[in-house]
Design a binder for this molecule. Structure first.
Ligand code: AHR
Length: 516
């Protein structure tokens, strides 16, 4: 049998996982809000219209921070439209998703929903069609205690206490031609700087994320990050990254390899951010906010091609149905994020409900878990602690990942992809060591042989695998658990050594007790 050797050492830490690493994203997009988490009149809705069945699944998924209200949507959003008496709120055309926005759910409802879910809110300001003035007013409305027109407006709307939102995004994907009022790096860098200054003067306790390129395959990637950070370096804490994996090429091996490009992407953005710091002789380190990541390609038509005619409300768009294969690539991305815990201090699975989401609902009907729900829930629930450097010695394969950009056919050669990808998280308080392990071999089982130095008396707590003989298997309303974690048998633990057999094309989570 093929074998992968993994060496970790209790003292060789990458970094602590920030609670914000396990975030997700709610955009006014399709049925994410309306008919998703918010559906007045649904049998499961509470008095505010929040679906209790969705809320229960959200709590099980355990995201820690939630980005809102977009996404592309935010680049045309007037925050004022979504506050105050619902009957006075305007209906607007949304040019991001070619739908009608009723504005019956807005910032205050979102904050209430987050509080009930136990999730930190992350808000984005509109730097597409609007400017720094609108952004500082939005912040004042949300965070100022009272005694000014905007903070008293919030209080008059029924929210006496400030929302105290700490994490703010300065726009969204401002380099993308699909964005309302796209900017050049210099235009955006200037606007983001002036906006950041005013926002920090309004509330000095906030943290700000500036937009990086909307993808690694953008022609401006690299130059964009450098220019934008050169402008904003002194005023922001984070730069954003976005990645969506695809299998347009029907090449499963390459698809499963693609999270390794996420590792490269992170390393590259860290290098650029640190180059900007070096130019200033600054010891400040800009952290990474990977605030959109997921598998997304089947429903990814661009521009008006993704629209339903007639400007509908909450259209069924971007409702990607996730397969077993998608869950494996998704799990690989979880491992990439964990292994960069030193610099990726915030990340958001895009998105939460219905639109490219781990949770699906039927309007008026039930809610269920998609395949990708499971690796995320396991990462969020079990991935808290200190990530240890995993030295993996695994057989490899070569792949060519296809990631088109518009009409351009782009292929990324990947000559040495380890079949086994691993992240190890040690929690000294809980006395646990958790391994997240992906076997990307499509035909063969692989023996995992772990040498955990500094852990001398480990015992097995739990071991689960996610696999299915059919890589195209999906979860549906009628078969919601077709793809679900099952016990991983035969894990042997002795002292600081572990052996397990990883099934072909499987995602595995092994939790050990480490009393010493
Ligand atoms: O998450 C879907 C969309 O993908 C977001 O609105 C946008 O930021 C990205 O292009």
């Amino acid at each position: 049998m093929l074998k992968a050797e993994v060496l970790i050492d209790r003292d060789f830490a990458v970094g602590a996982t920030d609670p914000r690493l396990f975030g997700a994203f709610v955009e006014h997009l399709g049925r994410c809000v309306y008919g998703g988490l918010f559906e007045p009149g649904h049998p499961e809705a509470d008095e505010r219209g929040f679906r209790r069945d969705v809320m229960a699944l959200v709590k099980e998924l355990a995201p820690t921070i939630m980005r809102y209200p977009g996404g592309n949507f935010v680049s045309g959003y007037n925050w004022e439209d979504g506050v105050g008496p619902v009957e006075n709120r305007p209906r607007r055309l949304d040019l991001a998703w070619f739908s009608t926005e009723p504005n019956t759910f807005g910032t205050n409802e979102f904050i209430d929903w987050c509080r009930e879910a136990g999730i930190e809110p992350m808000l984005a300001v509109n730097l597409g069609t609007r400017d720094g003035d609108a952004a500082r007013h939005y912040l004042e409305y949300c965070n100022h205690p009272g005694g000014t027109a905007l903070s008293d407006l919030r209080r008059s709307h029924g929210w006496e206490k400030p929302h105290d939102v700490k994490f703010w995004c300065l726009g969204n994907e401002m380099d993308g031609p699909w964005q309302m009022e796209r900017k050049t790096a210099t235009e955006y860098g200037r606007l983001a700087t002036e906006t950041a200054k005013m926002m920090k003067w309004t509330d000095k306790t906030i943290e700000l994320a500036v937009c990086g390129s909307s993808a690694r395959n953008m022609p401006t990637f690299g130059e964009w990050e450098y220019t934008v950070l050169d402008h904003t370096f002194d005023h922001v804490e984070f730069i954003s990254l976005h990645t969506y994996f695809n299998n347009y090429a029907h090449d499963t091996a390459a698809f499963l390899a693609s999270p390794d490009l996420m590792d490269s992407f992170i390393d590259e953005v860290v290098a650029i951010a640190d180059a900007v710091a070096a130019k200033r002789r600054s010891s400040k380190r800009i952290m990474l906010s990977f605030d959109e990541w997921n598998v997304w390609y089947r429903t990814r038509a661009k521009g008006e091609g993704r629209a339903k005619p007639g400007w509908p409300e909450a259209p069924q768009i971007l409702e990607e149905i996730y397969t077993m294969e998608d869950a494996l690539t998704f799990g690989g991305a979880c491992i990439s994020l964990l292994n960069h815990a030193d610099r990726v201090k915030s990340a958001c699975l895009a998105q939460l409900v219905n639109a490219i989401a781990p949770i699906m609902t039927e309007t008026g009907g039930p809610a269920w878990r998609q395949t990708i729900f499971h690796p995320f829930a396991q990462m969020s629930n079990l991935g808290r602690g200190t990530v240890l450097r995993s030295q993996v010695s695994s057989p490899t394969y070569s792949a060519r990942y296809y990631d088109p950009r518009g009409a351009e056919e782009l292929y990324y050669p990947m000559p040495e992809v380890p079949y086994v990808k691993v992240a190890s998280v040690h929690n000294d308080e809980d006395k646990t060591l958790t391994l997240f392990v992906l076997n990307r071999h499509l035909e063969e089982s692989i023996t995992l042989d772990l040498d955990a130095r500094g852990f001398n008396d480990m015992t097995l707590d739990q071991a689960l695998e996610l696999r299915h003989d059919d890589l195209q298997a999906i979860n549906t309303k009628n078969a919601p658990d077709a793809v679900t974690p099952a016990p991983l048998d035969g894990v042997e633990v002795r002292g600081g050594r572990l052996q397990a057999t990883l099934a072909p094309a499987s995602w595995n989570v092994i939790r050990l007790k480490t009393p010493g």
